[in-house]
Design a protein around this ligand. Structure first.
Ligand SMILES: Nc1ncnc2c1ncn2[C@@H]1O[C@H](COP(=O)(O)OP(=O)(O)OP(=O)(O)O)[C@@H](O)[C@H]1O
Length: 800
């Protein structure tokens, strides 16, 4: 949480009695102010046409904050809802994107608490719920700006920080801006978090909160709150669903829907177009568009985080000449904040984003909103285009439609009063990036893999769309799309029945399997680690829950086989795959040389691939790959090498070469030659044996003589003493007993071992393990080291 004193102005210092006088005077004056304010509010005609903030009965500190933030004139939604909200009425507010809804609820929050002289001793006064972290941060920033002269403390509860730290500060807050999941976690877990006194509840982007899978969280939050309170719901696309009202226990709410009678549901300063581009051409069209708008600020919406990552990564390589950014829910919070502020600050850049993250965000001066993947419904369309043409600024939006989507989507947009007109990309500006993408995917397996995942997630999103009049899966050219992404084929996908696009897409991340892309924000720590019944789910549990586990592995093995060996034998056992990507690597010397890149594997996975004549290796697990990063293991796989002998002319020969058959015959029958060879060799061995014996004898003799000489020298320099103590004295020990005393006794050794202070992380079993390890090591050491490994083992034992 980022706690913050909303009003942070230093108070003037006074001393003694003077200080008390000033305080009581101030209190009296504030009391009068508040009383006057209250009267003005009661007298306020909520239907009066109010144009300026200065015409509203606001406290001087809120007025000063608004003025300092340069807010003077009211927007439509502010002018229509503020009088009711200031009077404490429940509000159901709907207004177009970028029309100033944030101030429409923040001003009443500050004012109504101020008039009640709210302090932290009263507990939490207002709770503002937002569907996404980014939007919550944005609301909090506006609150800080306009509330800078107030003395309320306000906090952000959006997750991503230490729960404990948040817990400690929660009790001191007057106003909280939060995402639903994290808030609920605190309500359930934080002991002294007092919400019984809450005065105001605000739901920004209420329709989104409701259909993003947060219903149950919101229900649970509302259950903790007192029934007597003011509730305000704001959204760009208002629904008057009775069920929603019942759930939030709104009391006689005022419907403020400023643009209901307007000719369009989108700002009039927004120009909206659509282009018909078959799926297989949309990346080309997008790239051409970006290339010809490199001085603009562009947002491109895609259907999933994987799509976002693939398009971002591949376009980055293509360098269109404009800074590229990407934003999706799988990014870490800090990275997301960094990206949003970079995009906000930039004059020209292009950001690829998913819906959930970018919803409600107020990026200044966006020129273009591009919808590369068709939105799931007209409301999503409205939210997306709402990122441009905000607060009286101009903006343009382009929707990319596959011919099969055209009729259905245009019908939906017309129904929601969204005026779009068809436009065509200029032929001569159109350029194809298909070949480049193919090259890139061929050279960079990571990118190809990303492309495959993006393809799968996109296709799946089409499958789970509810509106089958718009999304007709069989009519898309999916093979063509895969090819346009640079993939050598379309991965096969098994679809699950009964998936609901909105639920899957908007459900909190934790509720989905890790393969699903969702950017919903209400991820709680408990949800993250625990399953439905509260049991802890491990990485492996999640792995087993994944759908379409073999989609990519099967496809990938095929690709690799096609590309690397041109033979399908490589994936003969692909049916046994478990989400594994096999890489087939021909085993030649260069491959072995570069152990850091593609490593061949040993063991059962090694196969001879027909067609290349060499042993090739299938890497089917990370563990195997890691194991093989040892040069020693690699050497085993390498050819052993052959010993050569050189003749007088310096020509190399094998140690044993077959001699010419005719020469051999000339020397007589084979049997006689063999007997002769054996006789000669026996004589040679006998001679060699004599030499060896002679050598051994002379060595023994030499040793004996040396020992005698040493003993004679010792006898000459010592007293008549006990021979056993000679060695001790010869090492410079004055008293032989000293040496003996310093040696441990057999049972003392054991005693000392038990007395040895234990390291805090050791336990008895560790000791035992160590001891048995030592024993095992000694036993394992071979009597006579034969190989390099034996020598190493022996050396390791000696060092111990
Ligand atoms: N009275 C005002 N005077 C000048 N600028 C304003 C005023 N009210 C709001 N704005 C500006 O208009 C922009 C849009 O405001 P805001 O984000 O509140 O819109 P919104 O209706 O909540 O949009 P969305 O539905 O997309 O979330 C902001 O940049 C804000 O600073």
């Amino acid at each position: 949480m980022a706690p913050h004193e909303v009003g942070g102005k230093p108070k003037p210092k006074h001393s003694g009695r003077g200080k008390q006088d000033v305080r009581s005077l101030k209190r009296k004056r504030d009391g009068e102010d508040i009383e006057k304010l209250q009267q003005s509010i009661e007298a306020l005609d909520p239907k009066a046409e109010i144009k300026e903030f200065s015409d509203l009965p606001l406290s001087h500190i809120t007025a000063k904050g608004l003025d300092a933030s340069r807010f003077t004139t009211l927007t439509d939604i502010q002018s229509k809802s503020l009088p009711f909200a200031l009077k404490g009425r429940d509000i159901l507010g709907a207004a177009k994107t970028g029309s100033g809804k944030t101030l429409a609820f923040l001003v009443p929050v500050l004012e109504n608490l101020y008039r009640q002289k709210w302090t932290e001793l009263d507990g939490l006064g207002a709770l503002i719920i937002s569907p996404t972290r980014e939007l919550a941060i944005q609301i909090f920033e506006v609150l800080r700006k306009i509330g800078r002269y107030h003395t309320f403390s306000a906090g952000l509860v959006i997750g991503g920080r230490s729960l404990q730290e948040e817990k400690e500060r929660l009790g001191k807050m007057d106003i909280l801006v939060c995402t639903p999941g994290r808030m609920l976690q605190h309500m359930d877990q934080t002991v002294d978090f007092e919400v019984n006194n809450l005065q105001m509840l605000v739901l920004d982007e209420a329709d989104r909160i409701m259909d993003m899978g947060f219903q149950s969280s919101v229900d649970a939050i509302v259950e903790h709150l007192p029934k007597q309170r003011q509730t305000m719901l704001f959204s760009a696309t208002q629904t008057k669903k009775v069920s929603d009202l019942a759930r939030l226990s709104l009391r006689d709410p005022e419907y403020v829907s400023v643009h209901e009678a307007a000719a369009s549901a989108t700002p009039t300063s927004l120009q909206q177009f659509y282009v018909l581009t078959p799926l297989a051409e949309k990346l080309d069209t997008l790239f051409s568009f970006i290339r010809s708008n490199i001085k603009a600020k562009i947002i491109v919406f895609l259907s999933s985080g994987k799509q976002v990552r693939f398009v971002y990564e591949s376009f980055r390589h293509l360098q269109p000449g404009i800074p590229l950014l990407h934003l999706h829910g799988r990014q870490k919070q800090a990275a997301r904040l960094d990206i949003t502020s970079k995009f906000s600050a930039s004059k020209n850049s292009c950001i690829f984003a998913t819906d959930v993250v970018a919803r409600g965000l107020d990026f200044p001066a966006v020129d273009w909103v591009i919808q590369l993947d068709c939105p799931e419904d007209a409301d999503t369309y409205i939210h997306r285009v709402g990122r441009t043409a905000r607060y009286e600024r101009a903006g343009k939006a382009v929707l990319f439609l596959d011919p099969s989507e055209e009729e259905g989507m245009l019908k939906r947009l017309a129904h929601k009063k969204v005026p779009v007109q068809r436009t065509k990309p200029r032929e001569k500006k159109q350029q194809s990036i298909k070949n480049q993408l193919q090259n890139m995917c061929f050279q960079d397996p990571e990118l190809k893999y990303l492309g495959q995942k993006a393809f799968v997630s996109y296709t799946r999103s089409l499958h789970i769309q509810k509106d089958k009049e718009v999304f007709k899966l069989s009519e898309y050219d999916l093979e063509g799309y895969a090819a346009s992404m640079g993939l050598p084929g379309a991965p096969k996908i098994k679809f699950q029945k009964g998936d609901d696009a909105k639920n899957v897409k908007n459900a909190p991340r934790a509720l989905l399997s890790s393969d699903d892309e969702s950017e919903a924000e209400a991820e709680t720590e408990t949800e993250k680690t625990k399953g439905k019944k509260g049991e802890v789910r491990t990485k492996y549990d999640r792995m087993f829950e994944r759908r379409n586990q073999d989609v990519l592995s099967g496809h990938y093995s095929k690709l690799v086989a096609d590309h690397t060996v041109g033979d399908s034998h490589a994936d003969a056992d692909e049916d046994n795959d478990f989400l594994s990507v096999k890489r087939v690597i021909p085993l030649d010397d260069e491959d072995i040389g570069d152990a850091s890149t593609d490593l061949p594997a040993s063991g059962p996975a090694a196969k001879v691939i027909p067609g290349i004549g060499k042993e090739a290796i299938v890497i089917d697990s990370k563990r195997r790959e890691k194991l093989l990063k040892s040069k020693k293991k690699l050497l085993k796989l390498k050819d052993k090498g052959t010993k050569l002998v050189f003749d007088a002319e310096g020509n190399p020969h094998q140690m044993y070469e077959l001699e010419d058959e005719e020469d051999f015959q000339k020397r007589g029958p084979a049997e006689i030659q063999r007997a002769k060879f054996l006789e000669e060799e026996a004589i040679r061995v006998q001679e060699a044996d004599l030499d060896d014996r002679e050598l051994a004898k002379s060595k023994k003799r030499e040793k004996r003589e040396k020992r005698k000489a040493r003993e004679a020298a010792d006898m000459a320099g010592s007293d008549e003493d006990v021979p056993g103590l000679v060695a001790a004295n010869s090492r410079g020990q004055d008293d032989a007993m000293e040496l003996l005393a310093s040696l441990p006794l057999a049972d003392e050794e054991e005693g000392r071992a038990t007395k040895r202070p234990k390291k805090w992380f050791e336990d008895d079993s560790d000791d035992e393990k160590k001891r048995s390890k030592k024993k095992a090591r000694v036993l394992e050491a071979p009597d006579e080291p034969e190989t390099l490994e034996d020598l190493e083992a022996l050396a390791a034992g000696l060092l111990d």
